[in-house]
Design a protein around this ligand. Structure first.
Ligand SMILES: Nc1ncnc2c1ncn2[C@@H]1O[C@H](COP(=O)(O)OP(=O)(O)OP(=O)(O)O)[C@@H](O)[C@H]1O
Ligand SMILES: [Mg+2]
Length: 394
């Protein structure tokens, strides 16, 4: 398991999560952690436990998807020898194993209705009665942390998850955002995993070229941190002494970049350059991107991707992006307004970690010293909601 000291996060979103962990840790309140697969829900659960008065107690994990219905009571409450055919000896259930500590119920959205009823009963009374035991019930002091990548409220609406249980486990809620929404963490995670795996395998510490760094920072990372960790491990094993180029990256990353910039030719037609390439070849952003976006031919995520690719080249400068997208300097504000209005104003900071254009074309993963803020962008970011730029396409 990831040690608390190995947990990486530098983004403002991660800071918020850390703050929630600091608040939730000492309280004993039940916590529900939600988020896509691989975002680090289990990591967050461990940090909460370590931040609580139970840190010296056990953190017991139960994967709710993996418990056979026939063994539910026994898993949760334990059993006494001879209570059923395979009960050769007394066994403590997970709720008792976690007495004085924390029970982490993973994939709680997969819990059967029967298991939900058993858990609810326990949460109401704090009492356990091992299967086959006849003595008085035991009380345990176990804190519950639950996690799921499902939308529990939808499951409640569908009758698959009990509403009373939902409110009981959701005293504090920590949603862990996907990696693509905290892009600042991407390079920091690569750095940490590169160091870890190059030590483990005794291989050279990799670095990225500017372009490769841009690709990994703009990729969607559908498998989140788990996927990034696997990619980092594979890259260390390439044993490269030179900086890694785009050609060294796994195809899942490079192909996604092409796909998400949107195909612009019909099937059977000779391939036309993607929209980003067309911008590089001198076509205007308003024609190549704005217009199809307004008529919904490209999605918000595709638009963001194009912006990220541009920011990779301009090292985070929106002013230079305006020029790169073949717009006159006067369109700078309209561009920002348009992007902000449609929630596509990508934070520029992660792109500042890449070496400046005047330096050699390699980006050590170690973040470069922070470049000065771009005051105009900072001002624009704080500006009131933008005016529409609808007339632009006319
Ligand atoms: N902030 C982080 N710093 C370092 N490692 C991390 C971080 N977040 C996640 N990881 C690593 O990524 C992997 C996936 O994390 P974790 O198992 O916590 O994800 P999860 O959200 O529980 O995923 P799933 O929904 O698939 O169970 C683990 O190997 C974990 O150690
Ligand atoms: Mg998990």
């Amino acid at each position: 398991m990831t040690k608390p000291s190995d947990v990486v996060g530098v983004s403002p979103r991660w800071e918020e999560i850390h703050e929630e962990i600091r608040l939730a840790g000492p309280t004993d309140a039940k916590v529900l952690i939600t988020g896509e697969s691989g975002v680090g829900k289990e990591v967050v659960a461990h940090l909460i436990h370590k931040n609580s008065r139970r840190a010296n107690g056990q953190l017991v994990t139960l994967n709710c998807a993996g418990v056979p219905e026939s063994l539910l009571e026994s898993e949760l409450f334990g059993h006494v020898r001879g209570s059923f055919t395979d009960a050769h000896r007394d066994k403590r259930g997970v709720l008792e194993q976690a007495d004085g500590g924390t029970i982490f119920m993973d994939e709680i959205g997969e819990m059967s209705l029967r298991m939900q009823a058993l858990l609810l009963r326990f949460l109401e009374t704090g009492e356990i009665q091992p299967v086959g035991a006849h003595g008085p019930v035991k009380r345990v002091d176990t804190r519950l942390i639950a996690a799921t990548n499902r939308d529990l409220l939808t499951q409640v609406a569908q009758g698959a998850f009990r509403e009373d249980l939902y409110y009981r486990i959701n005293v504090m809620h920590i949603p862990v955002p996907p990696l693509r929404e905290r892009a600042e963490d991407i390079m920091a995670l690569f750095q940490a995993f590169f160091e870890r795996f190059s030590t483990q395998y005794k291989r050279p510490l990799p670095s990225f070229t500017d372009e490769a760094a841009g690709f990994v920072q703009t990729y969607r990372w559908p498998g989140n941190v788990r996927q990034l960790k696997n990619v980092a491990e594979r890259l260390v094993l390439r044993d490269a002494v030179r900086p890694l180029t785009v050609a060294d990256l796994p195809r899942e990353i490079t192909e996604d970049a092409v796909a998400s910039a949107g195909p612009v030719s019909a099937p059977g037609e000779p391939a036309r350059p993607d929209r980003f390439e067309r911008l590089l070849q001198g076509e205007s952003f308003w024609t190549v991107v704005h217009e199809p976006f307004m008529s919904r031919d490209i999605t918000r995520e595709e638009l963001r991707h194009i912006v990220r690719r541009g920011l990779t080249r301009t090292h985070g400068s929106y002013r230079q992006l305006t020029a790169l997208f073949n717009l006159p300097p006067n369109d700078y504000k309209s561009l920002l307004n348009f992007l902000r209005k449609h929630d596509c104003h990508v934070p520029y900071k992660p792109f500042r970690t890449v070496a400046a254009p005047t330096k050699p074309a390699t980006a050590a993963v170690t973040p470069a010293p922070p470049a000065e803020r771009e005051p105009a962008v900072a001002r624009a970011a704080a500006a009131p909601p933008p005016a529409p730029v609808a007339a632009r396409t006319a």
